[in-house]
Design a binder for this molecule. Sequence first.
Ligand code: DX5
Ligand code: ZN
Length: 232
Amino acid sequence: MTAPTFDRSIKIAPSILSADFANFGKECEAIEAEGCDWVHVDVMDGHFVPNITFGPATCKAIRPHIKGVMDVHLMIAPCDQYLPAFAEAGADVLTVHAEAGPHLDRSLQLIRDLGPKVGVALNPSTPAEAIEHVLDRLDLVCVMTVNPGFGGQSFIDMTAKVRRLREMIGDRPVHIEIDGGVTPATAPLVAAAGADVLVAGSAVFKGGSVSNPAPYGENIRAIRAAAEAAQG
Ligand code: DX5
Ligand code: ZN
């Protein structure tokens, strides 16, 4: 496990939802070699979201192929009974959705007790204020800029929500992560508003493959440069 150290520098987290599913290990190694910061792992259950990906066994299998931070985004409901398995699989950051159940505070406490960094994700329709009373339990807030379930969707502008969360977070060491539709064109909007972790699936993996990984690096650098210029 690689506990992420806290800072507000821009971190690029490719989502392996856009990788070759038959080659996860090599894909993770390729994106890290090409300069990504975190690896974002999207778990979908066909119930909370209308798509199915994989579960804790796959996370455990890819863990040895990731040197840095494994950032696991759970789009599952209910989630509590599965949290131990994802922690044991080696998640460094474990994120649940605020909308996944009635007892968010309990889920966050459970993750804290299990060891990973604690994340909460907000769907586009969920206000920042939904997590006002759990801010002290968090290491990361993930602002969804698409309705979760699929890669390659268009960015939904959540700039005002990011700005509001940045104010609410204040001096707390809590990352703001953006997930969905992040490209060199949209990254500056959210970086300027206060985001520091940028998840990008299609915009990182487009044009490349494990046998031709150079485009991954070019795509990562393009997103990072656009975001850093806007962050100031
Ligand atoms: C959406 C996932 C995202 C997604 C991002 O439900 O949580 O991580 O893969 O993909 P792009 O960057 O293609 O929008
Ligand atoms: Zn995600």
